[in-house]
Design a binder for this molecule. Sequence first.
Ligand code: PMP
Length: 407
Amino acid sequence: PRPFDVHAVRRDFPILQERVNGRPLVWFDNAATTQKPQAVIDRIAHFYAHENSNIHRAAHELAARATDAYEEARETVRRFIGAGSTEEIIFVRGTTEAINLVAKSWGAKHIGAGDEIIVSHLEHHANIVPWQQLAAEKGARIRVIPVDDDGQVLLDEFQKLLNDRTKLVSVTQVSNALGTVVPVQKIVEIAHRAGVRTLVDGAQSISHMKVDVRALDTDFFVFSGHKIFGPTGIGVVYGKREILEDTPPWQGGGNMIADVTFERTVFQPPPNKFEAGTGNIADAVGLGAALEYVERLGIEAIGQYEHALLDYATGRMRPIPGVRLIGTAADKASVLSFVLEGYTTEAVGKALNQEGIAVRTGHHCAQPILRRFGLETTVRPSLAFYNTCEEVDRMVAVVERLARARS
Ligand code: PMP
């Protein structure tokens, strides 16, 4: 792996120079959203300064530039996740819209009364609510893979849930609330052996580990651009080509049609069939720049560095009196959820913010998994490759001070 120079990397992110409450910003809220390197900011500015146009429809120079930039971004996404074809890459607003798209198009066609959809106890609300809505509409049912006390999914229990009514297994690859890495490769294999389709929610995994959708063999893979150093408002659905071809569109409108009369519409092939209306062209281009940036650093090098950083942070937090770590799986990425005896999570968040340290406190849009641990909220620092051991030390100092004040 390439050597990883965190101090050089930090200079690529202008926002890391911000001061908050007189202290240098520590951005430990990467699971909520990541910061943007100058390369992404510049690429979006360049698009609006030199290339801006709607795509596909107009035959003029800027339309050609915008179309090229948009389709190059699609190719970059394809390469980044190892898909076989750009026809398998659909641009959407983010993971939430991605899962809704799959539920409302593929799900509406293939899931009916009495059918079952399996999710895990770790899911973000975005991978629960759309399936619940579909289940209510169709008379289908949600089944839940339980987790152990470390927050790891129980594969044996998953096996037992599969039956001939199961139509889909939809699971996250990394838990946003606990950081658990889910063995999605095994889950996909087991599901496929039972003839069941799969969706993997990559919102939290995409920026931390190598994703290869062909090796994973999942039917759908979804993620958000803003969680991998790209802009908000752009995300991706990967779907296997033969599945997308056989899936009806979700929204209807311009861009997605081959021919329209008042009697009927002939749709474009994928991916256009699923991209009705003017898309988020500039931010798709920005996402392409973000993925190229990550490629330059190397996702393996990133993963190794972050792993060491998370180990360091865990080792420093665990011994603090009154700290309870939530999510103690053997395989984790980025997230270090905790509660501190004698303090609300809000109070801990405030104390950290006072020192310029940004963490999320709350339910992290994953209420079922927090309730599994008897909690409504946690404090959730989440790390990225531009974070450092010194930043961890600053956080630890605040938590230690709070812990001492209590006793
Ligand atoms: N799934 C997971 C695992 C997430 O962490 C998130 C974002 N917190 C989402 C889905 C939803 O992503 P978005 O808000 O970008 O649509």
